[in-house]
Design a protein around this ligand. Structure first.
Ligand code: HEC
Length: 123
């Protein structure tokens, strides 16, 4: 068999396989980016928890304008743009945020971790 037909067949299998894997219904808890909540029984949300943590520990440096830190953490969407960096910068034991201070209390970091692993729900 010529190499081209092999590639063609492989391509068909790939496309067919992927189409077949798509779920038929989308879970309401699932965010649009395809994230699946890992602790669905734990309800840590932006509005019931994360907002207050950020307001207390982060906003003074992360509020846009002339503040020293990047981003604007005063809104849900503003925070969401940075959640990919939280594991390294905020949640791990040697996290360096809040800048110039010790990492957040372990229980707070654990809750932030659950929030992010649950696809960072707003409500
Ligand atoms: C005293 C000021 C200050 C405080 C308080 C602070 N930050 Fe920062 N933060 C910075 C600065 C400045 C940077 C950019 C320099 C750097 O990356 O170290 C930064 C960077 C970051 C980054 C990386 C952004 C990127 O684009 O890589 C994240 C995530 C972050 N901060 C989250 C937080 C969170 C969450 C809190 C609260 C728990 C917080 N910060 C508290 C000043 C601060």
């Amino acid at each position: 068999m010529k190499i081209y037909s092999k590639i063609l067949i492989a391509g068909f299998i790939l496309i067919y396989g992927c189409t077949n894997m798509a779920p038929e219904t989308i879970d309401v808890n699932q965010e649009q980016d395809g994230c699946t909540p890992q602790f669905p029984e734990m309800k840590v949300t932006y509005n019931n928890y994360v907002k207050n943590v950020i307001a207390r520990y982060c906003i003074n440096c992360h509020q846009g304008g002339n503040s020293s830190g990047p981003g604007n953490f005063t809104t849900y969407n503003g925070v969401r743009l940075y959640t990919d960096f939280f594991a390294l910068r905020v949640i791990q034991d040697r996290a360096d945020m809040p800048q110039g201070n010790a990492p957040l209390p372990k229980s707070v970091r654990d809750s932030l971790n659950i929030w992010i692993r649950n696809c960072s729900p707003e409500n």
